[in-house]
Design a protein around this ligand. Sequence first.
Ligand code: FEO
Length: 406
Amino acid sequence: MKPVEIAQGVYRLSANIGSRDLFEGIWPIPNGVSLNAYIVKGDNKTALIDLVKDWEGAARGITEQLREAGLGLGDIDYLVLNHMEPDHTGWLAELKKQQPKLQILCSKKAVPMVEAFYGITDSVKAVGSGDVLDLGGKQLVFEDAPNVHWPETMVTYEAVTKTLFSCDAFGSFGQVHEAVFDDQLSELEMRFFEQETLRYYANIVSSFSIFVQRAIKKLEALDISVIAPSHGILWRKNPDKIIRDYIRLASYMNGPAEEEVTLVWSSMYGNTESLVEAVRAGVEAEGLPIHIHRVPQEHVSFVLASAWRSSGIIVGMPTYEYRMFPPMYTVLDILERSHVMNRKAFRFGSYGWSGGAQKQFDAFTQAMKWDCLGSVEFQGAPKQPDHETAFARARELAKQVKSWKA
Ligand code: FEO
């Protein structure tokens, strides 16, 4: 991979990570993910903004790109850490060893984390909103952006080239190859990154949607020519598009989201499963798209992305030993942590000798402010009236989704 010049003296260094590992040890990345770091070369000083974790040769790749940009590690005066998560800092201890004179700049909250994660206490300086670092012909301006993604997060703006280094904000999953900027992408590639942005947002950022909204409000005052996130493509033709996409995604937290329905179901012996087709038909009778996921066969990462974008959620789940079926319990727990609030919903499912799942599900939906139609619950195998009720309820839910206005 080559360094990419974004503006005079500003370079993107990047590493593509493959699909072998889970991101954050939990989320599958079937299309990989990119880790971006940036060089800002002033007349007097040079700053490196964000790092990589030494993951699949990422550190070596970054060092080589640095060399191709005419720099060695010894030429870096400042390291700006916008965010402490190890995908952006994992290489820090080794880099500091190789360049001991490095001055680290990070938010006040990040200072103890630099010590906690990497044992580094010297040459670490806290910066905050409005602080400026003059590199000579380039000026870095810092802005706190707490909880986008962790509490210590900040963003960095280079005032001469009007480049915003936004770290996790405006990022996506998916490897980036020759097409690095939004204007270099085909329509198909743009659709790909829109999908990867949705899943990244739902999996990584969604719980912090209120903070995303606050951060975007703060950034409104900036004149931005390029958005340079630490994952995914760079936005120079239309930076406003990714800002609007993030505003839209953040708004889904409290519904309504899109006029779509997610059906997530699990089944032990096929009795709960046997209502899936009736539910699908009910939603489709109202002309709405339905995303169907079976768990535990499908990873919760994909369920969460669908649920985040859907105004309607239907849960097919049997009772298991007086309580919710465990794999679905895990899914619902993730939806709760990710703040998938205020949805139109209902549950269908079977029980053997006693119910119990519904009671637990009701407590969950109440906490999540889901507006629930009645459940379709049955002992053993569903009968014809259960099929008819499931169809009618799914159709009613789709109607409510269609008529739901923000
Ligand atoms: Fe890409 Fe929150 O780290």
